[in-house]
Write a protein that binds this ligand. Structure first.
Ligand code: ARG
Length: 273
Protein backbone atom coordinates (compact mmCIF):
# COMPACT_ATOMS: atom_id res chain seq x y z
CA UNK A 1 0.00 0.00 0.00
CA UNK A 2 2.74 2.42 1.00
CA UNK A 3 5.03 1.07 -1.66
CA UNK A 4 4.41 3.88 -4.12
CA UNK A 5 4.82 6.44 -1.34
CA UNK A 6 8.13 4.81 -0.56
CA UNK A 7 9.07 4.98 -4.18
CA UNK A 8 8.29 8.65 -4.28
CA UNK A 9 10.29 9.20 -1.12
CA UNK A 10 13.17 7.23 -2.59
CA UNK A 11 13.03 9.38 -5.70
CA UNK A 12 13.19 12.54 -3.61
CA UNK A 13 16.10 11.16 -1.63
CA UNK A 14 17.80 10.08 -4.84
CA UNK A 15 17.40 13.51 -6.42
CA UNK A 16 18.66 15.31 -3.34
CA UNK A 17 21.59 12.92 -3.32
CA UNK A 18 22.19 13.92 -6.92
CA UNK A 19 22.06 17.57 -5.95
CA UNK A 20 24.50 16.98 -3.13
CA UNK A 21 26.74 15.04 -5.44
CA UNK A 22 26.56 17.83 -7.97
CA UNK A 23 27.52 20.41 -5.33
CA UNK A 24 30.34 18.45 -3.80
CA UNK A 25 31.42 16.92 -7.08
CA UNK A 26 34.90 18.38 -7.20
CA UNK A 27 35.89 17.24 -3.76
CA UNK A 28 34.54 13.76 -4.28
CA UNK A 29 36.64 13.21 -7.31
CA UNK A 30 39.83 14.27 -5.65
CA UNK A 31 39.04 12.06 -2.68
CA UNK A 32 37.71 8.64 -3.58
CA UNK A 33 37.28 8.90 -7.33
CA UNK A 34 40.43 7.13 -8.39
CA UNK A 35 39.89 4.02 -6.24
CA UNK A 36 36.58 3.08 -7.79
CA UNK A 37 37.88 3.44 -11.32
CA UNK A 38 40.03 0.37 -10.87
CA UNK A 39 37.10 -1.84 -10.07
CA UNK A 40 36.23 -4.54 -12.55
CA UNK A 41 32.77 -4.10 -14.07
CA UNK A 42 30.66 -7.25 -14.13
CA UNK A 43 27.95 -7.67 -16.77
CA UNK A 44 24.58 -8.45 -15.24
CA UNK A 45 21.42 -9.52 -17.04
CA UNK A 46 17.87 -9.28 -15.73
CA UNK A 47 14.20 -9.26 -16.78
CA UNK A 48 13.04 -5.96 -15.38
CA UNK A 49 9.26 -6.28 -15.30
CA UNK A 50 9.29 -8.09 -11.98
CA UNK A 51 8.56 -5.48 -9.32
CA UNK A 52 9.52 -5.16 -6.53
CA UNK A 53 12.64 -7.17 -7.44
CA UNK A 54 13.53 -5.47 -10.71
CA UNK A 55 11.63 -2.95 -12.79
CA UNK A 56 12.43 0.03 -14.98
CA UNK A 57 12.24 3.36 -13.19
CA UNK A 58 13.12 6.42 -15.30
CA UNK A 59 15.27 4.34 -17.60
CA UNK A 60 17.14 2.60 -14.80
CA UNK A 61 16.73 -0.90 -13.47
CA UNK A 62 15.56 -0.52 -9.89
CA UNK A 63 14.33 -2.80 -7.12
CA UNK A 64 15.27 -5.03 -4.21
CA UNK A 65 17.55 -7.19 -6.37
CA UNK A 66 19.35 -4.12 -7.68
CA UNK A 67 19.98 -2.70 -4.21
CA UNK A 68 21.13 -6.07 -2.93
CA UNK A 69 23.43 -6.77 -5.87
CA UNK A 70 24.94 -3.28 -5.69
CA UNK A 71 25.64 -3.75 -1.99
CA UNK A 72 27.13 -7.21 -2.56
CA UNK A 73 29.28 -5.97 -5.45
CA UNK A 74 30.52 -3.07 -3.39
CA UNK A 75 31.40 -5.48 -0.58
CA UNK A 76 33.21 -7.79 -3.01
CA UNK A 77 35.03 -4.91 -4.72
CA UNK A 78 33.27 -4.93 -8.09
CA UNK A 79 31.07 -2.65 -10.10
CA UNK A 80 28.00 -4.03 -11.82
CA UNK A 81 26.42 -3.01 -15.10
CA UNK A 82 22.82 -4.23 -14.91
CA UNK A 83 21.08 -4.55 -18.28
CA UNK A 84 17.44 -5.39 -18.92
CA UNK A 85 18.30 -8.25 -21.25
CA UNK A 86 15.05 -10.19 -20.80
CA UNK A 87 14.76 -13.64 -19.23
CA UNK A 88 15.78 -15.94 -22.08
CA UNK A 89 18.69 -13.76 -23.18
CA UNK A 90 19.86 -13.59 -19.57
CA UNK A 91 19.94 -17.37 -19.29
CA UNK A 92 21.63 -17.71 -22.70
CA UNK A 93 24.17 -15.03 -21.74
CA UNK A 94 25.03 -16.94 -18.57
CA UNK A 95 25.50 -20.13 -20.54
CA UNK A 96 27.73 -18.51 -23.15
CA UNK A 97 29.66 -16.61 -20.51
CA UNK A 98 28.77 -13.24 -22.03
CA UNK A 99 27.15 -12.34 -18.74
CA UNK A 100 28.91 -12.66 -15.41
CA UNK A 101 25.73 -12.57 -13.32
CA UNK A 102 22.00 -13.12 -13.61
CA UNK A 103 20.01 -11.20 -10.97
CA UNK A 104 16.33 -11.62 -11.60
CA UNK A 105 14.48 -13.24 -8.74
CA UNK A 106 15.87 -16.53 -10.04
CA UNK A 107 14.77 -19.54 -8.04
CA UNK A 108 17.49 -22.02 -7.18
CA UNK A 109 16.31 -25.40 -8.53
CA UNK A 110 18.09 -28.74 -8.79
CA UNK A 111 17.67 -28.68 -12.54
CA UNK A 112 19.08 -25.19 -12.98
CA UNK A 113 22.03 -26.09 -10.76
CA UNK A 114 23.17 -28.41 -13.54
CA UNK A 115 23.56 -25.44 -15.87
CA UNK A 116 24.36 -22.49 -13.59
CA UNK A 117 26.05 -21.82 -10.30
CA UNK A 118 24.03 -20.06 -7.62
CA UNK A 119 24.96 -17.93 -4.64
CA UNK A 120 23.64 -18.73 -1.20
CA UNK A 121 19.85 -18.19 -1.03
CA UNK A 122 18.91 -14.52 -0.58
CA UNK A 123 15.10 -14.49 -0.63
CA UNK A 124 12.36 -16.95 0.26
CA UNK A 125 9.38 -17.10 -2.10
CA UNK A 126 6.44 -19.30 -2.91
CA UNK A 127 4.14 -19.63 -5.89
CA UNK A 128 1.04 -17.47 -5.94
CA UNK A 129 -2.03 -17.42 -8.15
CA UNK A 130 -3.45 -14.04 -9.16
CA UNK A 131 -6.90 -13.97 -10.75
CA UNK A 132 -9.65 -11.56 -11.63
CA UNK A 133 -12.42 -11.25 -9.04
CA UNK A 134 -15.15 -13.71 -9.79
CA UNK A 135 -12.92 -16.32 -11.42
CA UNK A 136 -13.85 -18.87 -8.74
CA UNK A 137 -10.41 -20.02 -7.82
CA UNK A 138 -10.19 -21.22 -4.23
CA UNK A 139 -7.23 -23.56 -4.57
CA UNK A 140 -4.51 -24.50 -7.02
CA UNK A 141 -6.60 -27.38 -8.35
CA UNK A 142 -9.17 -24.85 -9.56
CA UNK A 143 -6.68 -23.85 -12.25
CA UNK A 144 -7.75 -26.96 -14.13
CA UNK A 145 -10.03 -26.03 -16.97
CA UNK A 146 -9.15 -22.33 -16.76
CA UNK A 147 -7.06 -20.21 -19.10
CA UNK A 148 -3.81 -19.68 -17.25
CA UNK A 149 -0.91 -17.33 -17.99
CA UNK A 150 2.71 -17.79 -16.92
CA UNK A 151 6.06 -16.25 -17.68
CA UNK A 152 7.86 -18.65 -19.99
CA UNK A 153 10.59 -20.74 -18.37
CA UNK A 154 9.81 -19.76 -14.80
CA UNK A 155 8.83 -21.74 -11.75
CA UNK A 156 5.33 -20.30 -12.21
CA UNK A 157 5.13 -22.23 -15.48
CA UNK A 158 6.43 -25.38 -13.82
CA UNK A 159 3.90 -25.04 -10.98
CA UNK A 160 1.00 -24.51 -13.41
CA UNK A 161 2.13 -27.51 -15.44
CA UNK A 162 2.34 -29.70 -12.37
CA UNK A 163 -1.38 -29.10 -11.84
CA UNK A 164 -2.72 -28.81 -15.37
CA UNK A 165 -0.20 -30.90 -17.29
CA UNK A 166 2.71 -30.10 -19.58
CA UNK A 167 2.10 -28.54 -22.98
CA UNK A 168 -1.57 -28.10 -22.17
CA UNK A 169 -3.12 -25.57 -24.53
CA UNK A 170 -4.87 -23.83 -21.63
CA UNK A 171 -1.49 -22.50 -20.47
CA UNK A 172 -0.25 -19.39 -22.27
CA UNK A 173 3.43 -18.58 -21.87
CA UNK A 174 4.60 -14.97 -22.00
CA UNK A 175 8.10 -13.68 -22.48
CA UNK A 176 7.95 -11.20 -19.59
CA UNK A 177 6.07 -10.92 -16.33
CA UNK A 178 4.55 -7.67 -17.62
CA UNK A 179 3.01 -9.39 -20.67
CA UNK A 180 1.63 -12.09 -18.38
CA UNK A 181 -0.10 -9.48 -16.20
CA UNK A 182 -1.38 -7.65 -19.29
CA UNK A 183 -3.03 -10.87 -20.43
CA UNK A 184 -4.74 -11.13 -17.05
CA UNK A 185 -5.87 -7.53 -17.33
CA UNK A 186 -7.25 -7.91 -20.84
CA UNK A 187 -9.01 -11.17 -20.00
CA UNK A 188 -6.90 -13.30 -22.34
CA UNK A 189 -6.25 -15.49 -19.30
CA UNK A 190 -8.31 -15.96 -16.13
CA UNK A 191 -5.39 -16.48 -13.77
CA UNK A 192 -1.63 -16.14 -13.70
CA UNK A 193 0.87 -18.20 -11.72
CA UNK A 194 3.89 -16.30 -10.45
CA UNK A 195 5.92 -15.46 -7.34
CA UNK A 196 4.21 -14.25 -4.17
CA UNK A 197 5.83 -10.83 -3.74
CA UNK A 198 5.30 -9.98 -7.40
CA UNK A 199 1.63 -10.97 -7.37
CA UNK A 200 1.06 -9.02 -4.16
CA UNK A 201 2.86 -5.99 -5.58
CA UNK A 202 0.79 -6.11 -8.76
CA UNK A 203 -2.50 -6.29 -6.87
CA UNK A 204 -1.38 -3.45 -4.60
CA UNK A 205 -0.23 -1.09 -7.31
CA UNK A 206 -3.27 -1.78 -9.52
CA UNK A 207 -6.08 -1.38 -6.99
CA UNK A 208 -8.70 -0.92 -9.70
CA UNK A 209 -7.76 -4.09 -11.56
CA UNK A 210 -9.88 -6.28 -9.30
CA UNK A 211 -7.12 -8.81 -8.84
CA UNK A 212 -7.18 -11.34 -6.00
CA UNK A 213 -4.35 -13.58 -4.89
CA UNK A 214 -4.12 -16.99 -3.24
CA UNK A 215 -1.40 -19.47 -2.52
CA UNK A 216 -1.81 -23.18 -1.84
CA UNK A 217 -0.19 -25.74 0.42
CA UNK A 218 0.92 -27.76 -2.55
CA UNK A 219 3.27 -24.91 -3.51
CA UNK A 220 6.53 -25.40 -1.63
CA UNK A 221 8.92 -22.63 -0.53
CA UNK A 222 11.58 -21.68 -3.03
CA UNK A 223 14.67 -19.50 -2.68
CA UNK A 224 16.22 -16.96 -5.00
CA UNK A 225 19.92 -16.98 -5.72
CA UNK A 226 22.33 -14.87 -7.73
CA UNK A 227 23.13 -16.89 -10.87
CA UNK A 228 26.57 -17.30 -12.40
CA UNK A 229 27.97 -19.27 -15.32
CA UNK A 230 28.99 -22.77 -14.26
CA UNK A 231 32.40 -22.69 -12.60
CA UNK A 232 32.35 -18.89 -12.15
CA UNK A 233 35.17 -17.40 -10.10
CA UNK A 234 32.73 -14.84 -8.67
CA UNK A 235 30.38 -17.20 -6.84
CA UNK A 236 32.59 -17.61 -3.78
CA UNK A 237 33.27 -13.88 -3.53
CA UNK A 238 29.59 -13.00 -3.74
CA UNK A 239 28.71 -15.66 -1.19
CA UNK A 240 31.18 -14.08 1.16
CA UNK A 241 29.81 -10.62 0.39
CA UNK A 242 26.19 -11.75 0.94
CA UNK A 243 27.21 -13.27 4.23
CA UNK A 244 28.77 -9.98 5.30
CA UNK A 245 25.54 -8.15 4.39
CA UNK A 246 23.56 -10.70 6.42
CA UNK A 247 25.84 -10.21 9.42
CA UNK A 248 26.23 -6.43 9.34
CA UNK A 249 22.54 -5.60 8.94
CA UNK A 250 22.75 -4.18 5.41
CA UNK A 251 20.65 -7.01 4.00
CA UNK A 252 17.95 -6.40 6.62
CA UNK A 253 17.98 -2.68 5.82
CA UNK A 254 17.47 -3.31 2.11
CA UNK A 255 14.80 -5.91 2.84
CA UNK A 256 12.89 -3.55 5.12
CA UNK A 257 13.09 -0.76 2.55
CA UNK A 258 11.26 -2.87 -0.02
CA UNK A 259 9.07 -5.18 2.06
CA UNK A 260 8.39 -3.12 5.18
CA UNK A 261 9.02 -6.04 7.48
CA UNK A 262 12.00 -7.83 8.92
CA UNK A 263 13.56 -10.66 6.96
CA UNK A 264 13.55 -14.20 8.36
CA UNK A 265 17.30 -14.69 8.58
CA UNK A 266 16.88 -18.15 10.10
CA UNK A 267 15.00 -19.41 7.06
CA UNK A 268 17.75 -18.13 4.78
CA UNK A 269 20.46 -19.71 6.88
CA UNK A 270 18.64 -23.01 7.01
CA UNK A 271 18.08 -23.01 3.26
CA UNK A 272 21.81 -22.47 2.78
CA UNK A 273 22.65 -25.83 4.42
N1 ARG B 1 11.37 -17.08 -9.42
C1 ARG B 1 10.87 -17.50 -10.68
C2 ARG B 1 11.86 -18.36 -11.40
O1 ARG B 1 13.01 -18.32 -11.10
C3 ARG B 1 10.46 -16.34 -11.57
C4 ARG B 1 11.53 -15.35 -11.84
C5 ARG B 1 11.12 -14.35 -12.89
N2 ARG B 1 11.97 -13.23 -12.85
C6 ARG B 1 11.82 -12.13 -13.59
N3 ARG B 1 12.63 -11.13 -13.38
N4 ARG B 1 10.88 -12.04 -14.47
O2 ARG B 1 11.54 -19.10 -12.28
Amino acid sequence: MTYSIKKAAAAIIASSALLLAACGGGEEEAGTGSGSEDKKVLNVGTEATFAPFEFMDKGEVSGFDVDLLNAAAEEAGYEVDIQNTGWDAMLAGLQSGQLDIGMSGITITEERKETYDFSAPYFESVTMIAYKEGAEIASADDLKGKKVGVQNGTTGQFAAESIIGQNDSSISKYETAALMFQALQSGDVEAVVTDIAVAVEYAKSNPDAGVETITDEQFVPEFYGIAFPKGSEYKAEFDEALNALYENGTYAEIYEKWFEEEPDMEALKQAAQ
